[in-house]
Ligand binder design. Structure first.
Ligand SMILES: CC(=O)SCCNC(=O)CCNC(=O)[C@H](O)C(C)(C)COP(=O)(O)OP(=O)(O)OC[C@H]1O[C@@H](n2cnc3c(N)ncnc32)[C@H](O)[C@@H]1OP(=O)(O)O
Length: 167
């Protein structure tokens, strides 16, 4: 099945309560992936073909763009297996540091009903591991001040100032 990386989705990690974390697959459109993202920011629904086109663009970036997801493991959720957590790693290639790489952690969301169970921590930790395995010399992210404590639990330390221009 197509996934956003050549790495098979079976190369997954397990959280404490046996939630499997795997790569995004194109069929996750049917499992509420877009609705989950809308809990983070404006994310209008996409048709199946729009989703597939976006998925193909991102999949073409290979291991430089990794989206992880976790399915609802509860028996009640089968067979639909809704997506209840996600996170993204973008690997930026640079001339600095002898052609170094920087990992950007983005779009971390856990479904409101599944928060507080360690899922967010597991997703971020796995993305950080992937960044390290990819040879990144650092991993960075932007967040609101309210999330300082959460990302500190994920191993991040505060550094610099975030600035932005929105269009
Ligand atoms: C780079 C970005 O994407 S920033 C955007 C982050 N995403 C969002 O704001 C979307 C809405 N929020 C969410 O989806 C979730 O609340 C998340 C992703 C922030 C946290 O997910 P959860 O699965 O609830 O977190 P998890 O249960 O793994 O918590 C891990 C630890 O962080 C702590 N923590 C979790 N959320 C917060 C918070 N908002 N503030 C302070 N501490 C927190 C937990 O108490 C826990 O600590 P413990 O190990 O001592 O018990």
């Amino acid at each position: 099945m197509a996934s956003t990386s050549p790495e098979p989705s079976t190369a997954a990690s397990e959280t404490d309560d046996s939630v499997q974390i795997r790569r995004l697959e194109v069929t996750d459109h049917e499992r509420g992936f877009v609705a989950l993202l809308s809990q983070l920011s404006a994310c209008p629904d996409l048709t199946a073909s729009e989703f597939a086109a976006c998925f193909a663009d991102l999949a073409a970036l290979g291991d430089d763009h990794v989206i992880l997801v976790a399915e609802d493991p509860s028996a009640a959720a089968a067979p639909e297996r809704r997506i209840i957590a996600t996170g993204c790693l973008f690997v930026e290639r640079k001339f600095l540091r002898g052609g170094g790489k920087v990992g950007h952690v983005e779009d971390i969301v856990v479904d409101a009903a599944a928060r507080g169970r360690g899922l967010g921590l597991s997703v971020v930790r796995r993305l950080v591991e992937i960044a390290k395995e990819a040879g990144c010399y650092k991993v960075i992210l932007d967040c609101t001040p309210e999330l300082r404590a959460y990302y500190a639990k994920c191993g991040f330390v505060e550094k610099g100032v975030q600035m932005a221009i929105y269009f």
